[in-house]
Design a protein around this ligand. Structure first.
Ligand code: HAM
Length: 430
């Protein structure tokens, strides 16, 4: 019988990779805390209409990428969440959060599901971290979330990212522009590819997003949304740009950037990494002032947010060698048994070190000393603690720093004290 495999587009994460996730998650939690954001967790599924309403029924996500099903024959269709923004907004409206405070700052690290054709950097189950700032409609809000995203990238040491930004104006601006685009593309309808023909009918803005090189010239001649904006929308966008310049955040204005979700208005942005190949978007976001009303809110709840693909972040960091220096768990002690008849004593020592808060490993398989040392190197232990007959009798153990090969004879209490010193941690093996 053939062995089972993971479902196509889904992948397992083993311990050697999970330490990288924990490291990134730690950075996300500490950076978002600097800006006063707290974590939110929402259900993995929502009613399908939520996404149809929120993301837009003419988008690729809703049109062809959702995993939807009926929970029971009479039930309402539910969908595995393809993104977080709609669910976060739903949760806040449901809890009537606005009545408790005017502004809410939330972040998440969550699993999402999209029925896309799997390829490098594109999965059917993937993760995003993101932040949503609810209750403020202003250039400051969108600049704030964008700054958080860039702050995380910078803390992680990423380089060579490109931030593209555009403004989509308000609903009226966009409606006028949509008509202008339709009139522009209509005479070329015969030259459009199938997906652009479909977009011409339903959502002509999305044609601008086409990756088809044959359409490049036609698209570059299309009217620009910027020319259809009201003066306030232009001023609003310029204010966002000046916030970014003040903070030293480099950007390119891209008048063709429309994003694949319909809820955006005013500033929208995307960050790409040249490390990623075809699926080069590492994150994106923008303002979505109209979403709450779309979900039936009787009052306005303006908002801005972003999301970053965790897997793409990991690929980029891997290519830039940014994991080399991580030892997220602090010192690791390997208790090396010099004689197997001291195994019980060794385990007792390991237990005491662990109770004292030190990460400790010991061989449970009765292997030779040489094999134990090999294992200590494999798990990247910072220290070996030798347990032999004389140590057993004297209570003084030999502690070897595996990076410098320095050895000292110490009581267990002294071992604990030294390895808990932060300055000692710096001496650890990478
Ligand atoms: P999005 O652009 O659809 O935006 O997704 C954000 C990021 O998620 C992408 O840039 C990419 O890195 C990652 N991503 C998307 N699809 C996949 C996939 N199939 N496999 C791997 N990674 C993927 C949103 O989802 C919006 N909710 C962002 C937002 C938050 N806007 C306002 N607030």
């Amino acid at each position: 019988m053939a062995q089972f495999q993971a479902v196509k587009g889904a992948r397992d994460i083993f311990p050697e990779e999970i330490v990288k996730w924990h490291y990134i998650e730690g950075v996300i939690r500490s950076v978002t805390a600097l800006y006063g954001f707290s974590e939110i967790r929402t259900p993995v599924f929502e009613y399908t209409e939520l996404f149809q309403r929120g993301i837009g029924s003419t988008t690729d996500i809703v049109g062809k990428e959702m995993f939807s099903f009926l929970p029971d024959p009479q039930g309402r269709s539910i969908t595995l969440r393809p993104e977080m923004t709609a669910g976060v907004m739903r949760a806040c409206l449901q809890k009537n959060l606005l009545s408790s405070a005017p502004v809410h700052k939330l972040y998440y690290i969550s699993e999402l599901f999209r029925k896309e054709r799997p390829q490098a950097g594109r999965q059917r189950q993937f993760s995003q971290f993101g932040a949503e700032l609810l209750g403020v409609s202003s250039p400051a809000a969108v600049a704030e979330v964008l700054t958080i995203m860039m702050h995380v990238f910078e803390t992680l040491g990423l380089h060579g990212l490109r931030l593209r930004i555009n403004t989509l104006g308000d609903i009226e601006d966009r409606e006028r522009y949509r008509e202008a685009l339709r009139s522009y593309f209509l005479p070329y309808a015969g030259d459009l590819d199938d997906s652009s023909k479909e977009r011409l009918e339903k959502n002509p803005l999305r044609i601008l997003d086409s990756k088809n090189p044959a359409l490049k010239e036609m698209i570059s001649g299309a009217p620009r949304l910027y020319d259809y904006l009201k003066a306030e929308a232009v001023a609003d966008f310029e204010k966002v740009l000046s916030f970014l310049s003040d903070r030293g955040i480099a950007y390119d204005i891209d008048h063709l950037l429309v994003r694949g979700l319909d809820y955006y208005c005013h500033a929208a942005f995307e960050v790409t990494s040249s490390e990623l190949g075809a699926q080069d978007a590492i994150g994106g976001g923008g303002r979505y002032d109209g979403l709450a009303r779309e979900f039936g809110s009787p009052v306005d709840l303006p908002a801005a947010g972003f999301a970053v693909g965790m897997e793409r972040l990991l690929i980029t960091m891997e290519k830039q060698g940014l994991f080399a220096a991580i030892n997220p768990h602090g010192p690791l002690v390997y208790v090396v048994l010099q004689q197997q008849d001291l195994a019980d004593h060794g385990m007792q020592i390991a237990f005491r070190l662990r109770k004292a808060g030190l990460r400790t490993e010991i061989d449970l398989a009765g292997r030779s000393m040489k094999a134990q040392m090999r294992e200590a190197n494999r798990v990247r232990a910072g220290y070996a603690l030798f347990v032999g007959q004389s140590e057993f009798e004297s209570g003084q153990y030999t502690l070897k720093n595996l990076m410098t090969s320095e050895q000292t004879s110490l009581t267990l209490e002294a071992v604990v004290e030294i390895l808990r010193e932060p300055s000692q941690r710096e001496m650890l093996k990478p």
